[in-house]
Ligand binder design. Structure first.
Ligand SMILES: Nc1ncnc2c1ncn2[C@@H]1O[C@H](COP(=O)(O)OP(=O)(O)OP(=O)(O)O)[C@@H](O)[C@H]1O
Length: 665
């Protein structure tokens, strides 16, 4: 990937364990790389968007608190400005001609105003803190809620896209944090901008020359702050891939699910080494960033110092030439100092907002992407118990994959059929199961249930009628009972018949019986007294959940891959029973399996090869056809025949003899 000049290579100093030197930068980060390269003008133009997001969120959260926050900030800034002007009056009264006691007496009202403004300012500061304290957590929670709700509602296929997953992670984490800090910056900006305006007006009233000179002194500070913000962002973009890699290595080095292989393969030290290498390279970048930021800040400060010197020279010249009275010099100095402080606070707030605006950009991008990836709102409902599932010319490609997982598939499945999907690894069986059930939309072609195009139907109405027993079932961190009933929340089952049938057909009853608190045992090691299960036990719980769901279309994807022979036989008998036990009819069952002996009695067998449907028929028809199914079946059957032949068959008299030594008589 071509990188803009001045950016660093995202590499570590030795070949990475992950296997690639440079991870591809996520799409969203590359979009924002262009934003990072933008000039200051563009940055200023980006501000209103960030401010709008924050204010809109605040308004949506609490219009009353938002108005109150705006009000107290404006009043607080105005009181400061008022105090400044009052101080000018004090100086004018004190430094005019005449006896000192009279001058002091004359300045008393102005001194009272100054004192009053300080007291008011202190009271307003507490009001600001109180209002902000009430508003900020609400806005942060609202931002968090918006982003979580947006991500939760995207279609399933979005989670197949690595760029979207990363955008979701970054947008939620940095975006929400940026909104929270922006709220504070916005408050700072309001009060410092008012103070600046007051100082400029005061200086301008004293002498029109003073105002531009004040700006000159503070502008350098502002430039430095803007530059540092950009450096920070550039750094973030440059290290994003490395940070992703670091997180992945950290996860595989510490996660419990990887622990067994990690130890068995003695990968702890290599992983630690990889982690340290990435960390070191990130630290080097951080240090380089700190040096560059420091240099920029020092340059800014030097320029600001020169600007201040010019301002004092101009003031001196104004006094020397008699363009300004000496009595006003004190006020001018005060205005200069106030303006300088206010301008650097203003520029700092503007720049922080500018920096935050990038992260708020991620946040907005995430909301927009999530909206785009949300299934379209529709009132079209899928039929609850379709008489026919039809695929017409269906092609599907996983996001980011160069070639389709399924190509031009056309087929029809009728209500109550038990259909087996067969084929070698990667031939597309699981993917076909997901398309049949509307979980993934096809890129080309159409999937219809009784003529209703699933891409046009409300996904909730489709999903309500499907049950999926996944190859690797989810390990829900809840009780064993809930691990089954979560299959259909709220299903009425007063006498627990459905529950008993589900755990009985799947063999989950044996699992539950072996648990210390039976069905009330929490299945997660994250909780005290929680229990974990073996792979096969989790699979039984998944099957029970699928059966308990009692849906009209059931997809079982390698349901018995991790089961022992006895459990497998029981599950297939259970699934057979489940296929005939749908309320008043037969359930449409789609079975994905490699163990061909289990599907001989299926109504139809579909054979896939490299994403294409190449054969279909009953077991006998496919065996007669002598194609791929016949070949695969023969390989498995031959293995059994060969192992049977290898076992010597005992003669009747041998058998007698073999047993006899054990006899005690
Ligand atoms: N989440 C995914 N992202 C990208 N590609 C995928 C994903 N899942 C599967 N694929 C690819 O799609 C193709 C079909 O995969 P699928 O899982 O449907 O095959 P399968 O027949 O079920 O395989 P197996 O018998 O190994 O379970 C394969 O080339 C696979 O690499």
């Amino acid at each position: 990937m071509r990188r803009p000049a001045g950016t660093t290579q995202d590499t570590t100093d030795s070949p990475p364990l992950i296997g690639v030197e440079n991870l591809k930068m996520p799409e969203w980060a590359r979009v924002d790389e262009r934003v990072a390269a933008a000039g200051f003008g563009q940055a200023v133009r980006a501000l209103p968007t960030a401010v709008t997001v924050v204010v809109r969120l605040a308004w949506r959260t609490s219009p009353r608190l938002t108005l109150l926050a705006g009000f107290v900030h404006v009043v607080s800034g105005t009181v400061t400005a008022f105090g400044l002007l009052a101080t000018a009056n004090v100086f004018t009264a004190l430094l005019q001609q005449g006896p000192t006691p009279e001058r002091v007496l004359e300045s008393l009202p102005a001194i009272l105003v100054v004192t009053g403004s300080y007291a008011a300012r202190a009271a307003l500061d507490s009001a600001v803190a109180a209002v902000e304290g009430a508003l900020r957590p609400r806005v942060t929670a609202a931002a968090d809620d918006a982003v979580t709700a947006a991500v939760v509602r995207v279609g399933l296929i979005a989670f197949e896209d690595a760029d979207f997953r990363e955008l979701a992670r970054q947008g939620a984490r940095y975006g929400v944090r940026a909104i929270e800090t922006s709220l504070r910056r916005l408050a700072d900006l309001t009060s410092s901008a008012i103070s600046l305006a007051a100082a400029m007006v005061t200086a301008g009233l004293l002498n029109p020359w003073l105002a531009p000179v004040l700006l000159l002194a503070a502008a350098a500070d502002g430039w430095a702050a803007a530059r540092v913000a950009k450096l920070n962002y550039r750094h973030y973009i440059d290290t994003v891939s490395r940070n992703i890699r670091k997180t992945v290595v950290e996860e595989v080095a510490t996660w419990r699910t990887m622990a067994l292989e990690r130890h068995a393969l003695t990968l702890q030290e290599p992983l630690l080494g990889e982690y340290r290498r990435i960390s070191r390279s990130l630290v080097r970048e951080e240090v380089r960033l700190a040096h560059r930021s420091n240099l920029v800040r020092t340059t800014g400060r030097a320029a600001a110092g020169a600007g201040t010197a010019v301002a004092y020279l101009v003031l001196g010249w104004l006094l020397y030439s008699g363009a300004m009275e000496l009595a006003l010099a004190g006020t001018a100095v005060l205005a200069m100092r106030t303006a300088s402080t206010a301008l650097s606070s203003t520029t700092r707030a503007v720049n922080s907002l500018y920096e935050d605006s990038f992260y708020i950009g991620f946040y907005n991008q995430l909301l927009a992407e999530s909206r785009k990836r949300r299934p379209p709102a529709t009132t079209l409902a899928a039929p609850a118990d379709p008489a026919e599932i039809r695929l017409e010319g269906v092609t599907f490609t996983y996001p980011g994959r160069p070639s389709p997982a399924l190509r031009d598939i056309s087929l029809t499945i009728r209500r109550g059929e038990v259909v087996a999907l067969v084929g070698e690894n990667g031939s597309g069986k699981t993917t076909l199961g997901k398309l049949l059930t509307g979980l993934y939309p096809p890129d080309e072609g159409v999937v219809r249930w009784d003529g209703v195009d699933l891409a046009q139907a409300d996904p909730a109405t489709v999903h309500a009628n499907i049950a999926v027993i996944a190859q690797e079932p989810a390990e829900w961190p809840m009780t064993a009972a809930n691990n089954v009933t979560v299959g259909r929340l709220g299903r009425p089952d007063p006498d627990r018949r459905a529950w008993r049938e589900a755990v009985g057909c799947s063999g989950a009853d044996e699992v539950i019986d072996s648990l210390p608190a039976k069905e009330n045992t929490v299945l997660s090691k994250k909780f005290d007294e929680g229990q974990d299960l073996s792979g096969g036990q989790w699979q039984r719980m998944g099957i029970a959940r699928g059966i308990y769901r009692d849906a009209s279309v059931l997809v079982a994807d390698e349901p018995t891959a991790a089961l022992d022979a006895r459990a497998e036989a029981r599950v297939f008998a259970g699934l057979q029973h489940a296929s005939t036990s749908l309320r008043g009819g037969r359930r449409t069952t789609i079975l994905v399996t490699h163990r061909l002996a289990n599907i001989r009695s299926a109504d139809r067998i579909l054979v896939l090869e490299k994403g294409r449907l190449i054969e279909q028929g009953t077991h006998e028809e496919l065996i007669r056809a002598g194609g791929l199914y016949h070949e695969l079946y023969e390989i498995q059957a031959r293995a059994y025949r060969a192992s049977e032949a290898a076992i010597p068959q005992p003669r009747a008299e041998d058998a007698e003899e073999e047993v006899s030594p054990a006899r005690t008589d």
